[in-house]
Design a protein. Structure first.
Length: 387
């Protein structure tokens, strides 16, 4: 609340400072450059400094030093000059998004890290966001809103920005994204610059369009679940066009550069299960199946992927889903990398399909694998009930 009141006061001050002139072409922001203290751009930065403070204490930031250092190293490989002036925040939320504030606050959501298959794909996204910062797109957007004297939109942007650090429900995020959306020209420009960044840094150009293609597949996956608005699609229109443009650009660089799949898979290994649990809570089962298939293709351990496939079926609970779940859990156990919980989930699925004997066996296996499990007493009572 205080943030919003503060931002309204600031908005009023900025309105007073506003003059309705023609747009001036803006020079690129230089590394370490800060806007003149009396400018509207400085006011915008001040707003975003407040947002950054809120974000820091939001409880949604993944502060793991190793993961942060890894993502930061990718931004530094793209641009050693600019990377030290950016502050990276990995935000734990299961949706695809990355964003850049005019003051250099860069957000990368865990839903993005779960969807990216290698370092080159991530580099493209980070390069795109850095381009918004260097080309000062936020202040251009801000000025264009003011020129249109659209006071409602103006106030919406200000209050929305004050709340930007809040990672709330999807509807809130989607409406925020549409308010903050850059123009198509700015998106195209950032696509171009982001692409040049990654190619110059030695990444495989062919990876650039793949994340967008995977998102398109996810969005088109037909499930019975009602399609929810995607934050990504609200802020990035004309995805098909962007894929085509990028694919055309990759042709000149065919066979060049590196994807760096292994370092990326290794960097997110410790977080994959947490993020997949978040992903399942969305109950967008058709979309999550695409995500799981992409993870398998990226070389994440089959045991883990099959386990989550089983969890997906067990949670969805349509006709025949428990049998599908049993098949997936059994495949997970056969493959490498399944978590010990696979035995508990398999036990539950057997129980629900009236197979007491294998259910008991699975529960026992779970307890053998997890002798100090917090739910030991409960699982033991299940075994008793099944006798
Ligand atoms: Zn963008």
């Amino acid at each position: 609340m205080t943030g919003i009141r503060h931002s309204l006061a600031l908005a009023a001050a900025l309105l007073l400072a506003a003059c309705a002139g023609a747009p001036e072409p803006l020079a690129d922001l230089q590394p370490g450059e800060r806007p003149d203290i009396s400018s509207d751009e400085a006011g915008l930065w001040m707003q975003m400094d407040m947002v950054e403070k809120k974000l820091k204490t939001s409880g949604h930031v993944v502060d793991d030093p190793k993961l942060n250092a890894y993502i930061r190293s990718v931004t530094c490989r793209l641009s050693p000059e600019y990377c030290k002036h950016l502050r990276l925040f990995i935000v734990q939320t299961p949706h695809f998004n990355a964003s850049m504030s005019p003051n250099g606050t860069m957000q990368v959501w865990t839903g993005t890290l779960l969807r990216v298959q290698n370092e080159a794909q991530l580099a493209y996204i980070l390069g795109h966001e850095m381009a918004h910062y260097i080309r000062r797109h936020s202040v251009q957007k801000w000025r264009s809103i003011r020129r249109k004297s659209d006071s409602m939109a103006f106030f919406t942007v200000t209050t929305r920005m004050a709340g930007l650090g809040f990672v709330g429900d999807l509807a809130d995020l989607a409406s925020m994204a549409s308010v903050m959306a850059f123009s198509r020209d700015h998106e195209r420009e950032s696509d171009d610059i982001g692409f040049d960044f990654m190619v110059k840094a030695g990444y495989a150009a062919a990876e650039a369009p793949k994340t967008w293609q995977a998102l398109l597949a996810e969005s088109n996956a037909d499930g019975e679940e009602k399609k929810k608005p995607s934050v990504f699609f609200a802020s990035h229109p004309a995805i098909g066009e962007r894929v085509e443009t990028l694919q055309a650009k990759t042709r000149a660089h065919a066979g060049q550069g590196e994807a760096r799949r292994k370092p990326f898979v290794k960097a997110i290994r410790r977080f994959r299960r947490d993020w997949l649990r978040d992903e399942l809570r969305k109950r967008d089962f058709a979309g999550t199946r695409v995500v799981l298939a992409n993870l398998a293709a990226a070389g994440h351990p089959a045991g883990d992927i099959k386990f989550f496939e089983g969890e997906l079926y067990r949670l969805r609970g349509d006709d025949g889903d428990l049998h599908e779940a049993i098949g997936a859990y059994r495949a997970a156990i056969k493959a490498k990398g399944a978590p010990p919980e696979v035995h508990r989930s398999l036990g539950l699925a057997y129980w629900k399909t009236n197979q007491p004997k294998p259910a008991r066996k699975s529960f026992r296996r779970y307890l053998a694998a997890m002798p100090k499990a917090g739910d030991r007493a409960m699982i033991q009572s299940y075994i008793e009930q099944l006798k």
